[in-house]
Write a protein that binds this ligand. Structure first.
Ligand code: ADP
Ligand code: MG
Length: 330
Protein backbone atom coordinates (compact mmCIF):
# COMPACT_ATOMS: atom_id res chain seq x y z
CA UNK A 1 0.00 0.00 0.00
CA UNK A 2 1.19 3.41 -0.93
CA UNK A 3 2.20 6.03 1.62
CA UNK A 4 -0.01 9.05 2.02
CA UNK A 5 2.96 11.33 1.35
CA UNK A 6 3.75 9.64 -1.95
CA UNK A 7 0.35 10.24 -3.50
CA UNK A 8 0.37 12.69 -6.40
CA UNK A 9 -1.36 16.06 -6.39
CA UNK A 10 -3.77 16.58 -9.25
CA UNK A 11 -4.73 20.05 -10.50
CA UNK A 12 -8.41 20.78 -10.06
CA UNK A 13 -8.90 18.00 -7.53
CA UNK A 14 -8.23 20.14 -4.45
CA UNK A 15 -11.65 19.38 -2.97
CA UNK A 16 -10.50 15.83 -2.20
CA UNK A 17 -7.66 14.51 -0.05
CA UNK A 18 -6.25 11.34 -1.61
CA UNK A 19 -5.78 8.62 1.02
CA UNK A 20 -4.66 5.48 -0.78
CA UNK A 21 -4.30 3.97 -4.25
CA UNK A 22 -6.91 1.24 -4.73
CA UNK A 23 -6.30 0.12 -8.27
CA UNK A 24 -4.43 0.94 -11.42
CA UNK A 25 -4.75 0.14 -15.08
CA UNK A 26 -3.12 1.12 -18.34
CA UNK A 27 -4.66 4.59 -18.38
CA UNK A 28 -6.25 5.01 -14.97
CA UNK A 29 -5.43 5.13 -11.27
CA UNK A 30 -8.17 4.72 -8.69
CA UNK A 31 -7.80 6.35 -5.28
CA UNK A 32 -9.70 6.26 -2.03
CA UNK A 33 -10.22 9.88 -1.02
CA UNK A 34 -11.81 12.10 1.59
CA UNK A 35 -14.26 14.79 0.58
CA UNK A 36 -13.35 18.06 2.32
CA UNK A 37 -16.80 19.58 1.73
CA UNK A 38 -18.95 16.84 3.23
CA UNK A 39 -18.44 13.83 5.45
CA UNK A 40 -17.53 10.50 3.94
CA UNK A 41 -15.12 8.97 1.49
CA UNK A 42 -15.24 8.47 -2.26
CA UNK A 43 -13.32 6.63 -4.96
CA UNK A 44 -11.71 8.74 -7.69
CA UNK A 45 -10.77 7.25 -11.05
CA UNK A 46 -8.06 9.45 -12.57
CA UNK A 47 -7.64 8.84 -16.29
CA UNK A 48 -4.60 10.22 -18.09
CA UNK A 49 -5.43 11.98 -21.32
CA UNK A 50 -2.10 11.14 -22.92
CA UNK A 51 0.03 8.05 -22.83
CA UNK A 52 3.74 8.07 -23.63
CA UNK A 53 4.36 4.97 -25.71
CA UNK A 54 8.11 4.98 -25.04
CA UNK A 55 8.88 1.35 -25.95
CA UNK A 56 7.30 1.46 -29.33
CA UNK A 57 9.13 4.66 -30.32
CA UNK A 58 12.49 3.81 -28.76
CA UNK A 59 14.32 4.18 -32.05
CA UNK A 60 13.08 7.74 -32.61
CA UNK A 61 14.79 11.04 -31.85
CA UNK A 62 14.10 12.07 -28.21
CA UNK A 63 11.90 14.93 -29.36
CA UNK A 64 9.75 12.56 -31.41
CA UNK A 65 9.45 9.94 -28.69
CA UNK A 66 6.80 11.73 -26.74
CA UNK A 67 4.02 11.23 -29.24
CA UNK A 68 0.92 11.24 -27.10
CA UNK A 69 -1.60 8.43 -27.55
CA UNK A 70 -4.96 9.95 -26.85
CA UNK A 71 -7.49 8.34 -24.55
CA UNK A 72 -10.61 8.84 -26.63
CA UNK A 73 -12.53 11.67 -25.07
CA UNK A 74 -15.76 10.28 -26.50
CA UNK A 75 -15.22 6.99 -24.65
CA UNK A 76 -14.78 8.67 -21.28
CA UNK A 77 -17.78 10.89 -21.86
CA UNK A 78 -19.86 7.84 -22.85
CA UNK A 79 -18.82 5.97 -19.69
CA UNK A 80 -19.82 9.00 -17.60
CA UNK A 81 -23.04 9.62 -19.49
CA UNK A 82 -24.19 6.03 -19.11
CA UNK A 83 -23.34 5.99 -15.39
CA UNK A 84 -25.25 9.25 -14.89
CA UNK A 85 -28.49 7.54 -15.91
CA UNK A 86 -28.09 4.68 -13.46
CA UNK A 87 -29.50 4.42 -9.97
CA UNK A 88 -29.46 0.94 -8.47
CA UNK A 89 -28.24 -0.46 -5.13
CA UNK A 90 -26.00 -2.97 -6.94
CA UNK A 91 -24.31 -0.48 -9.26
CA UNK A 92 -21.51 1.92 -8.27
CA UNK A 93 -22.91 5.45 -8.30
CA UNK A 94 -21.32 8.32 -10.19
CA UNK A 95 -20.88 11.30 -7.89
CA UNK A 96 -19.05 13.81 -10.04
CA UNK A 97 -17.04 14.26 -13.21
CA UNK A 98 -14.46 16.91 -14.05
CA UNK A 99 -11.23 17.31 -15.97
CA UNK A 100 -7.97 19.20 -16.13
CA UNK A 101 -5.61 19.67 -19.06
CA UNK A 102 -4.02 16.26 -18.50
CA UNK A 103 -6.61 14.19 -16.66
CA UNK A 104 -10.23 13.15 -16.40
CA UNK A 105 -11.57 12.74 -12.86
CA UNK A 106 -14.45 10.35 -12.29
CA UNK A 107 -15.66 10.57 -8.68
CA UNK A 108 -17.48 7.42 -7.60
CA UNK A 109 -19.24 5.93 -4.64
CA UNK A 110 -16.56 4.10 -2.63
CA UNK A 111 -16.73 0.31 -2.26
CA UNK A 112 -14.48 -0.26 0.76
CA UNK A 113 -14.42 -4.06 0.34
CA UNK A 114 -12.57 -3.83 -2.96
CA UNK A 115 -12.76 -6.48 -5.67
CA UNK A 116 -14.74 -9.69 -5.38
CA UNK A 117 -11.74 -11.24 -7.14
CA UNK A 118 -9.63 -10.90 -3.99
CA UNK A 119 -12.29 -12.66 -1.92
CA UNK A 120 -12.29 -15.63 -4.29
CA UNK A 121 -8.54 -15.85 -3.98
CA UNK A 122 -8.78 -15.58 -0.19
CA UNK A 123 -11.52 -18.15 0.31
CA UNK A 124 -10.41 -20.45 -2.59
CA UNK A 125 -14.06 -20.84 -3.58
CA UNK A 126 -17.54 -19.90 -2.29
CA UNK A 127 -20.19 -22.19 -0.82
CA UNK A 128 -23.34 -22.55 -2.94
CA UNK A 129 -25.24 -20.26 -0.55
CA UNK A 130 -22.57 -17.56 -0.69
CA UNK A 131 -22.30 -17.92 -4.48
CA UNK A 132 -26.07 -17.51 -4.79
CA UNK A 133 -26.00 -14.49 -2.49
CA UNK A 134 -23.34 -12.85 -4.69
CA UNK A 135 -24.56 -13.81 -8.16
CA UNK A 136 -28.16 -12.83 -7.41
CA UNK A 137 -27.03 -9.30 -6.64
CA UNK A 138 -25.03 -9.12 -9.87
CA UNK A 139 -28.08 -10.46 -11.72
CA UNK A 140 -30.38 -7.86 -10.14
CA UNK A 141 -28.06 -5.16 -11.46
CA UNK A 142 -28.03 -6.79 -14.92
CA UNK A 143 -31.83 -7.05 -14.89
CA UNK A 144 -31.99 -3.31 -14.24
CA UNK A 145 -29.43 -2.58 -16.97
CA UNK A 146 -30.87 -4.92 -19.60
CA UNK A 147 -34.59 -4.54 -18.97
CA UNK A 148 -34.97 -0.98 -17.70
CA UNK A 149 -32.06 0.92 -19.22
CA UNK A 150 -31.12 -0.94 -22.39
CA UNK A 151 -27.51 -0.88 -21.27
CA UNK A 152 -25.07 -3.75 -21.77
CA UNK A 153 -21.99 -3.75 -19.55
CA UNK A 154 -19.72 -5.95 -21.73
CA UNK A 155 -16.96 -6.29 -19.11
CA UNK A 156 -18.49 -8.36 -16.30
CA UNK A 157 -15.68 -10.10 -14.41
CA UNK A 158 -14.61 -10.49 -10.76
CA UNK A 159 -12.24 -7.47 -10.98
CA UNK A 160 -15.18 -5.24 -11.87
CA UNK A 161 -17.43 -6.55 -9.10
CA UNK A 162 -16.84 -4.58 -5.90
CA UNK A 163 -18.49 -4.81 -2.52
CA UNK A 164 -19.38 -3.27 0.80
CA UNK A 165 -18.34 -5.69 3.54
CA UNK A 166 -21.15 -7.04 5.70
CA UNK A 167 -20.85 -6.16 9.37
CA UNK A 168 -19.22 -8.96 11.32
CA UNK A 169 -19.69 -9.07 15.06
CA UNK A 170 -18.00 -12.09 16.61
CA UNK A 171 -19.71 -13.35 19.79
CA UNK A 172 -18.85 -16.01 22.30
CA UNK A 173 -22.47 -17.01 22.84
CA UNK A 174 -24.11 -17.31 19.47
CA UNK A 175 -27.85 -16.69 19.66
CA UNK A 176 -30.38 -18.11 17.22
CA UNK A 177 -30.95 -15.52 14.51
CA UNK A 178 -34.25 -13.81 13.89
CA UNK A 179 -35.51 -13.81 10.28
CA UNK A 180 -34.56 -10.14 9.91
CA UNK A 181 -30.99 -10.97 10.85
CA UNK A 182 -30.71 -13.78 8.29
CA UNK A 183 -28.35 -11.75 6.16
CA UNK A 184 -26.05 -10.71 8.95
CA UNK A 185 -22.78 -12.56 9.12
CA UNK A 186 -22.74 -15.78 11.13
CA UNK A 187 -20.80 -16.29 14.29
CA UNK A 188 -17.94 -18.73 13.93
CA UNK A 189 -15.01 -18.61 11.58
CA UNK A 190 -13.45 -15.17 11.57
CA UNK A 191 -13.12 -13.78 8.09
CA UNK A 192 -13.76 -10.05 8.39
CA UNK A 193 -16.63 -9.02 6.17
CA UNK A 194 -17.35 -12.54 5.01
CA UNK A 195 -19.71 -14.66 7.07
CA UNK A 196 -21.84 -17.66 6.16
CA UNK A 197 -24.78 -15.28 5.80
CA UNK A 198 -23.19 -13.15 3.11
CA UNK A 199 -20.33 -11.05 1.94
CA UNK A 200 -22.16 -7.74 1.92
CA UNK A 201 -23.54 -5.69 -0.92
CA UNK A 202 -22.09 -6.35 -4.36
CA UNK A 203 -21.79 -3.49 -6.85
CA UNK A 204 -20.96 -3.54 -10.55
CA UNK A 205 -18.21 -1.07 -11.51
CA UNK A 206 -16.32 -0.06 -14.68
CA UNK A 207 -18.68 1.03 -17.43
CA UNK A 208 -15.72 1.75 -19.73
CA UNK A 209 -16.89 -0.77 -22.34
CA UNK A 210 -20.61 -0.40 -21.80
CA UNK A 211 -23.04 0.79 -24.43
CA UNK A 212 -26.71 1.45 -24.96
CA UNK A 213 -28.23 -1.10 -27.30
CA UNK A 214 -31.45 0.63 -28.19
CA UNK A 215 -31.97 4.26 -28.91
CA UNK A 216 -34.64 6.46 -27.39
CA UNK A 217 -36.91 5.72 -30.36
CA UNK A 218 -37.10 1.97 -30.00
CA UNK A 219 -37.29 2.40 -26.23
CA UNK A 220 -40.62 4.23 -26.33
CA UNK A 221 -43.40 1.72 -25.77
CA UNK A 222 -45.70 3.29 -28.39
CA UNK A 223 -42.79 3.66 -30.78
CA UNK A 224 -41.71 2.36 -34.14
CA UNK A 225 -40.57 -1.09 -33.00
CA UNK A 226 -42.48 -2.60 -35.91
CA UNK A 227 -40.08 -0.91 -38.30
CA UNK A 228 -36.89 -1.95 -36.54
CA UNK A 229 -34.61 -4.08 -38.75
CA UNK A 230 -33.94 -7.67 -37.63
CA UNK A 231 -30.18 -7.06 -37.28
CA UNK A 232 -30.89 -4.25 -34.80
CA UNK A 233 -33.21 -6.47 -32.78
CA UNK A 234 -30.63 -9.27 -32.93
CA UNK A 235 -27.76 -6.96 -32.05
CA UNK A 236 -29.62 -5.92 -28.93
CA UNK A 237 -30.32 -9.52 -27.95
CA UNK A 238 -26.76 -10.67 -28.68
CA UNK A 239 -25.18 -7.80 -26.75
CA UNK A 240 -27.19 -8.71 -23.69
CA UNK A 241 -26.27 -12.35 -24.20
CA UNK A 242 -22.60 -11.31 -23.90
CA UNK A 243 -23.24 -10.23 -20.30
CA UNK A 244 -25.05 -13.51 -19.61
CA UNK A 245 -22.07 -15.55 -20.81
CA UNK A 246 -19.83 -13.51 -18.51
CA UNK A 247 -22.28 -14.04 -15.65
CA UNK A 248 -21.93 -17.78 -16.27
CA UNK A 249 -18.13 -17.50 -16.13
CA UNK A 250 -18.35 -15.59 -12.82
CA UNK A 251 -20.79 -18.12 -11.32
CA UNK A 252 -18.59 -21.04 -12.41
CA UNK A 253 -15.55 -19.35 -10.85
CA UNK A 254 -17.35 -18.56 -7.58
CA UNK A 255 -18.45 -22.18 -7.17
CA UNK A 256 -15.11 -23.90 -7.79
CA UNK A 257 -12.42 -21.21 -7.55
CA UNK A 258 -11.07 -21.37 -11.11
CA UNK A 259 -12.44 -20.10 -14.42
CA UNK A 260 -14.29 -22.34 -16.92
CA UNK A 261 -11.89 -21.58 -19.76
CA UNK A 262 -8.17 -21.43 -19.36
CA UNK A 263 -5.04 -22.17 -21.36
CA UNK A 264 -1.54 -20.74 -21.34
CA UNK A 265 -1.75 -20.33 -25.10
CA UNK A 266 -4.08 -17.57 -26.21
CA UNK A 267 -4.84 -19.46 -29.43
CA UNK A 268 -5.87 -22.62 -27.61
CA UNK A 269 -7.91 -20.59 -25.10
CA UNK A 270 -9.71 -18.74 -27.90
CA UNK A 271 -10.48 -22.06 -29.57
CA UNK A 272 -11.87 -23.50 -26.33
CA UNK A 273 -14.12 -20.49 -25.79
CA UNK A 274 -15.33 -20.55 -29.40
CA UNK A 275 -16.35 -24.20 -29.01
CA UNK A 276 -17.69 -23.68 -25.50
CA UNK A 277 -15.27 -26.37 -24.38
CA UNK A 278 -15.41 -26.56 -20.58
CA UNK A 279 -16.03 -29.33 -18.05
CA UNK A 280 -17.27 -29.67 -14.50
CA UNK A 281 -13.84 -30.88 -13.47
CA UNK A 282 -13.63 -33.70 -10.93
CA UNK A 283 -13.02 -33.72 -7.98
CA UNK A 284 -13.74 -29.98 -7.59
CA UNK A 285 -17.26 -30.17 -9.01
CA UNK A 286 -18.23 -33.53 -7.47
CA UNK A 287 -20.04 -31.99 -4.50
CA UNK A 288 -21.63 -29.08 -6.34
CA UNK A 289 -25.37 -29.60 -6.83
CA UNK A 290 -26.94 -30.58 -10.16
CA UNK A 291 -29.19 -27.49 -10.22
CA UNK A 292 -26.09 -25.26 -9.90
CA UNK A 293 -24.41 -27.12 -12.76
CA UNK A 294 -27.61 -26.90 -14.81
CA UNK A 295 -27.73 -23.13 -14.37
CA UNK A 296 -24.07 -22.70 -15.35
CA UNK A 297 -24.59 -24.82 -18.47
CA UNK A 298 -27.54 -22.66 -19.58
CA UNK A 299 -25.28 -19.60 -19.42
CA UNK A 300 -22.18 -21.17 -21.01
CA UNK A 301 -24.20 -22.04 -24.12
CA UNK A 302 -22.42 -21.16 -27.36
CA UNK A 303 -25.61 -20.30 -29.28
CA UNK A 304 -26.70 -16.88 -27.97
CA UNK A 305 -30.31 -17.61 -28.98
CA UNK A 306 -30.39 -20.62 -26.64
CA UNK A 307 -28.41 -18.95 -23.82
CA UNK A 308 -30.45 -17.91 -20.77
CA UNK A 309 -31.65 -14.31 -20.64
CA UNK A 310 -31.56 -12.43 -17.35
CA UNK A 311 -35.26 -13.30 -16.78
CA UNK A 312 -34.66 -17.01 -17.29
CA UNK A 313 -31.66 -16.80 -14.99
CA UNK A 314 -33.65 -15.22 -12.17
CA UNK A 315 -36.45 -17.79 -12.59
CA UNK A 316 -34.12 -20.81 -12.33
CA UNK A 317 -34.79 -23.17 -9.37
CA UNK A 318 -31.23 -22.82 -8.01
CA UNK A 319 -31.59 -19.04 -7.79
CA UNK A 320 -35.13 -19.23 -6.41
CA UNK A 321 -34.15 -21.88 -3.86
CA UNK A 322 -33.91 -19.46 -0.95
CA UNK A 323 -35.74 -16.59 -2.55
CA UNK A 324 -36.91 -15.12 0.75
CA UNK A 325 -33.38 -14.69 1.96
CA UNK A 326 -32.05 -13.41 -1.33
CA UNK A 327 -34.86 -10.91 -1.60
CA UNK A 328 -33.43 -9.00 1.30
CA UNK A 329 -29.78 -9.71 0.51
CA UNK A 330 -27.66 -6.62 0.52
P1 ADP B 1 -10.27 0.08 -15.49
O1 ADP B 1 -10.97 0.56 -16.71
O2 ADP B 1 -8.85 0.55 -15.39
O3 ADP B 1 -10.40 -1.42 -15.30
P2 ADP B 1 -12.01 0.33 -13.17
O4 ADP B 1 -13.16 1.28 -13.14
O5 ADP B 1 -12.35 -1.14 -13.33
O6 ADP B 1 -11.01 0.83 -14.30
O7 ADP B 1 -11.15 0.52 -11.86
C1 ADP B 1 -9.94 -0.21 -11.68
C2 ADP B 1 -9.90 -0.82 -10.29
O8 ADP B 1 -9.99 0.21 -9.29
C3 ADP B 1 -11.06 -1.77 -9.95
O9 ADP B 1 -10.84 -3.08 -10.43
C4 ADP B 1 -11.06 -1.69 -8.43
O10 ADP B 1 -10.03 -2.47 -7.88
C5 ADP B 1 -10.74 -0.22 -8.17
N1 ADP B 1 -11.99 0.57 -8.07
C6 ADP B 1 -12.66 1.16 -9.09
N2 ADP B 1 -13.76 1.81 -8.66
C7 ADP B 1 -13.81 1.63 -7.32
C8 ADP B 1 -14.73 2.03 -6.28
N3 ADP B 1 -15.80 2.77 -6.56
N4 ADP B 1 -14.46 1.65 -5.01
C9 ADP B 1 -13.38 0.90 -4.75
N5 ADP B 1 -12.48 0.48 -5.66
C10 ADP B 1 -12.68 0.84 -6.93
MG1 MG C 1 -11.94 -2.66 -14.64
Amino acid sequence: REQKGKLPKYPGLERYVLLEKMGDGAFSNVYRAKDTQQPGEVAIKVVRKFEMNANQDAHLHPDLKKQPKVVERANILKEVQIMRQLDHPNIVKLIDFSESRQYYYIVLELCPGGELFHQIVRLTYFSEDLSRHVITQVAKALEYLHEDKGVVHRDIKPENLLFYPAPFIPTRNPKPKSPEDEDKADEGEFIPGVGAGGIGRIKIADFGLSKIVWDSQTMTPCGTVGYTAPEIVKDERYSKAVDMWALGCVLYTLLCGFPPFYDESIQVLTEKVARGQYTFLSPWWDDISKPAQDLVSHLLTVDPDKRFTIREFLAHPWIRKSDKRNGSAN
